[in-house]
Design a binder for this molecule. Structure first.
Ligand code: FAD
Ligand code: N01
Length: 542
């Protein structure tokens, strides 16, 4: 067998997590290889090129803060950045910091196994490469493993089919075509208005309606950018200490319970939030995510807006979410989503009452009708949080696989490490605030914590770090208890693993707040990495 190449660290994924991890490890003087399945950097923003794809965290928040020069020089054009603009930004970062020379593109990691004897990770790729590394950092993304369509008859379909999360690089032209889109989550809600503008007719197959708020997107003025840049440092610090990674001045999380104000005051506040745009309505009262009665009031306000916008009362009713509290599924933010149903070339097909039976060679067949389609768009989401990790063969001590370890619950300590998997770190893993936050803030916090930890190990002669089983159990229980104190478990959401048959039903992210979580991680480090076992380097015996 040929000798494997050795590096200090293997990083899997070249999205915002992997790129920053590489940058930090380089600054520690360490060697790294980043493996990336795609042909370029950007992760989410490389893959999700569907029409209308855009971020719903404001551009000046959804960006790296680690380099004051970078944040001063980059100019954003819109309040909410579009996918092409974010991808340009990711490429700019890769160029500016000369990252590409350590990234192997078009290369998927297939397995990562911890060799206990050698105290090294042995990583294999689909290109036949093998590399050994002291550290293995999984920067594989929470929403990067597309949920593959499993409809009967799909193979026989004669038209074109697309998945929003693996959109072609070439332009897709729906002009003159009958198009069907399956799903009404965030990806569909962004793409439906765009596809409707092109297609001859668009059929939207909706199983579960979703809450969506208007973005009120607009161009950013030079003056706004200048004033933000003047106080960027302070603004970023607020984001780090906040609950969701977004500064208080933007989210304004109310301290007031919904039922403690008069109905008139409540309505005024909700109207104000609706007019502001984005998901801020979820933060309109302190108890929206914890008290069902408070939540119902906000949900009903949004349903009223849907009925106001959509002309046909039957269609409006079908679009009104009724099976989950508002905010317990990722809130959607849209540009003229509900308005789109007033177009003559758009039909909403409710497939909860009349499920899709199969894909036929000509289109989609439900129990009651068949729809002839030239193209089908699958906007059916992701095997979120754990999917990208479990699609690799990851083995820790004693050959224990991550799949076995996470059979019932994705056990982690701080969402960063897994007991039994020494020197492996996960960026924004299950049990961390990740998807419940502005992910740029969470990514930076994790990457900085991991690189500080590695620097500490190097400085003090530690070779191995591993979460103790007790600390991990305690953390898992804490994440679960905090989750259960909210309304989140009431939704059949991907946060709960509910969208993937057979997946454990457990609320996976940590809802304790980005700022509080950061404090906990910092405390753990300050206390000599509380809850971790650190092993010194082995001394060679001659
Ligand atoms: P990713 O960007 O997912 O990158 C992971 C990379 O790892 C991918 O490029 C993938 O190809 C690679 N990879 C995975 N497995 C392997 C393997 N085995 N071998 C090699 N490479 C591998 N977050 C927000 O905060 N605000 C938003 O508004 C927002 N909008 C979003 C919109 C969409 C359409 C989606 C899908 C997600 C959105 N997110 C948003 C979440 C988004 O994923 C994060 O903000 C962020 O981009 C994640 O960066 P990452 O580097 O951690 O992961
Ligand atoms: O995926 P989803 P997504 N038959 O899982 C339906 C981020 N994001 O790609 O609810 C019929 O939310 C499914 O129906 P149901 C964000 O975090 C952000 O849209 O299971 N329908 C649902 O309607 C987001 O939450 C932005 O009944 C089927 C849809 O497909 C996450 O990514 C933009 C079906 C899937 O919705 C995922 O969003 C885009 C079936 N067999 C994404 N299977 C921003 O704007 C699934 N569905 C920031």
């Amino acid at each position: 067998m040929s000798e494997s190449k050795h590096v200090d660290a293997v990083i899997v994924g070249a999205g915002f997590s992997g790129m920053y991890m590489l940058y930090r490890l380089r600054n520690l003087g360490m060697t790294s290889i980043v493996y990336e399945a795609g042909s370029e950097v950007g992760g989410t923003w490389y893959w999700n090129r569907y029409p209308g794809a855009r971020c719903d965290v404001e551009s000046m928040e959804y960006s790296y803060s680690f380099s004051p020069e970078l944040e001063q020089e980059w100019e954003w054009t819109e309040r909410y950045p579009s996918q092409p603009e974010i991808l340009r930004y990711a490429n700019h970062v890769a160029d500016r910091f000369d990252l590409r020379r350590d990234i192997r593109f078009n290369t998927r990691v297939t397995s990562a196994r911890f060799d206990e004897e050698a105290r090294r990770w042995r990583v294999q790729t689909d290109q036949g490469e093998e590399v050994t590394a002291r550290f293995c950092v999984m920067a594989t993304g929470c929403l990067s493993a597309p949920n593959q369509p499993k409809f009967e008859g799909l193979d026989e379909y004669e038209g074109d089919s697309y998945h929003t999360a693996i959109w072609p690089h070439e332009e897709v032209d729906f002009t003159g075509k009958r198009v069907g889109i399956i799903g009404t989550g965030s990806s569909a809600i962004q793409s439906i208005p765009q596809i409707a503008k092109q297609a001859d007719h668009l059929y939207v197959f909706q199983r579960t309606p979703n809450f969506s708020m208007p973005a009120h997107n607009h161009d950013l003025s030079d003056e706004f950018q200048r004033s933000m840049k003047e106080r960027y440092r302070e603004h970023r610090q607020q984001a780090r200490e906040s609950a969701f990674g977004i500064p208080f001045e933007v989210t304004e999380i109310s301290q007031q319970p919904a039922l403690e104000v008069t109905p008139e005051e409540r309505r005024e506040e909700l109207k104000r939030r609706w007019a502001t745009g984005g998901a801020t309505i979820i933060a309109s009262f302190a108890d929206v995510l914890t008290d069902k009665e408070a939540n119902d009031l906000v949900a009903e306000f949004v349903r009223e807006r849907i009925r106001e916008v959509v002309d046909d009362p039957e269609t409006a009713e079908l679009l009104c979410p009724d099976d989950h509290p508002i905010g317990t599924k990722r809130p959607c933010v849209d540009i003229e989503y509900f308005e789109t149903y007033n177009r003559d070339n758009v039909s909403l097909i409710g497939v909860r009452s009349d499920p899709i039976e199969r894909i036929t060679p000509k289109g989609v067949r439900t129990g009651q009708a068949e729809f002839e389609l030239d193209a089908i768009v699958f906007a059916i989401g992701f095997d979120a949080m754990t999917g990208a990790l479990l699609r690799m063969d990851i083995q820790g001590r004693g050959g224990l696989t991550l799949k076995e370890k996470w059979q019932d619950v994705p056990h982690t300590y701080l969402g960063l490490t897994v007991s039994g998997f020494p020197n492996m770190f996960v960026i924004t893993g299950p049990g961390s605030p990740s998807v419940l936050s502005n992910m740029m803030v969470s990514i930076e916090q994790h990457v900085e914590w991991v690189s500080d930890c590695i620097a500490h190990m190097n400085e003090h002669g530690f070779e191995i770090i591993e979460a103790s089983a007790d600390a991990e159990d305690e953390w898992v229980q804490h994440v679960d208890a905090v989750g259960k104190s909210t309304l989140y478990p009431l939704a059949n959401s991907w946060y709960m693993g509910a969208n993937i048959p057979g997946k454990p039903r457990v609320f996976t992210p940590y809802i304790g707040g980005v700022g509080n979580y950061r404090k906990t991680c910092d405390e753990v480090a300050r206390e000599g990495y509380r809850g971790f076992e650190l092993e010194p380097e082995r001394v060679a015996v001659s």
